[in-house]
Design a protein around this ligand. Sequence first.
Ligand SMILES: NC(=O)C1=CN([C@@H]2O[C@H](COP(=O)(O)OP(=O)(O)OC[C@H]3O[C@@H](n4cnc5c(N)ncnc54)[C@H](O)[C@@H]3O)[C@@H](O)[C@H]2O)C=CC1
Ligand SMILES: N[C@@H](CC=O)C(=O)O
Ligand code: NA
Length: 441
Amino acid sequence: MTSPLRLAILGCGTVGSEVVRLLHEQSADLAARIGAPLEIAGIAVRRLGRDRGDLPVAPELFTTDAVGLVKSEDVDVVVEVVGGIEPARGWLVDALRAGKSVVTANKALLAEDGAALHDAAADGGADLYYEAAVAGAIPLLRPLRESLHGDRINRVTGIVNGTTNFILSAMDATGAGFAEALEEATELGYAEADPTADVEGFDAAAKAAILASLAFHTRVGAADVHREGITEVTAADVASAKAMGCTIKLLCIAARGADATGRESVSVRVHPAMIPLGHPLASVGDAYNAVFVEAEAAGPLMFYGRGAGGAATASAVLGDVVAVCRNRLAGVRAPSESAYADLAVRPMGEALTRYHVSLDVADKPGVLAAVAGVFARHDVSIATVRQVPAGAEPAGRGADAVLVIVTHTAPDAALAATVEELRGLDAVRSIASVLRVEGGE
Ligand SMILES: NC(=O)C1=CN([C@@H]2O[C@H](COP(=O)(O)OP(=O)(O)OC[C@H]3O[C@@H](n4cnc5c(N)ncnc54)[C@H](O)[C@@H]3O)[C@@H](O)[C@H]2O)C=CC1
Ligand SMILES: N[C@@H](CC=O)C(=O)O
Ligand code: NA
């Protein structure tokens, strides 16, 4: 058999330790599939003292000198599972420029400065693979990057954050509020000690940027993504959704469309939205992820599985390790980044959405007409109106009546302006819930 391919592993936390374990457990199969054995050249960690006795590797492989490990002449492949922007960016740019293949799970870095990595990969003639960065174990980026390159993708809609999906699923199942559901997610080990990146939508926004870049052959960064998290989603919102035969999910939506001047562009957004129970994403519960891709010739495609967790994520990392190692042995590299389309990213105000608005109103003549007039002034067409008498569900608001309005599709800016004007209307006592609605029209 050919001489071993040598791996530098950067980081040995949740994902890194599982990568190391699987490399050991699967070593014979991996060698057979690649055509050469894999050897760990070193594992960069922050502190050497930690007890990692359960990991099947020689203790002398651990080092705190990540830079030295990356630069080492006898490293072929760098596996980065540390996360964050720096020092990861510096390590990976150096490795790629030196012609080393890189496998990374670092969605934050790819969304913040994917260009630096792709450019370095092109400069060094090296492979850059990152299947684990979006939707963990689910094979999704390779299909977008390879299998669907003969097709034209129009839209990608996904649940790409496991923590928030767990929280929203728990709120839906038990009627719990956000804080209570977050506590449960933390107890079960889904949410991290600082859950900000998950619950405020930063993690999903980074993944949305990566998905949009691949789907539309355009560089889309985290800053291009409209982002809203789930911290404002209330038990009343969940009840409103249920009453409409819907559920609430944190969605990542990347869609082609025309901008205000009619030029082709894309919109990329992450926000909570109501989706009908019959929508393919509605039944994705617990901490699972799913991504729905709509392509012109292929039609709808659905990808589903575990988007997080050490072993699940390590599966995607190892799949990439096998791919880059095979390429090295064959003396080839995967096609470079495809960003030729260079489409503009539309502002959120131009995204076409639908709103569900629940208003506490006075139950007297003329109120419905006044409310409808506000929608008309902003050129927003109403799809359905439901009036719930005070005391009926949703209960306990002390209003005379609750008006539940669902709109047809309109630019987000027009919908937001409608809600703002409704807030100032005399007949409207308060706005109980505003949520976007996706699917089903
Ligand atoms: N945990 C998960 O379910 C998933 C994680 N990812 C990504 O995988 C990457 C790793 O995530 P986790 O393993 O969950 O994080 P983690 O926090 O468990 O592990 C990161 C490790 O890197 C170490 N580290 C930090 N700075 C270092 C340095 N300068 N040198 C060497 N080691 C250093 C930390 O001590 C820690 O052990 C991140 O980019 C994350 O976004 C992607 C998909 C799912
Ligand atoms: N925190 C993320 C982990 C994977 O990317 C999630 O909850 O999905
Ligand atoms: Na994946």
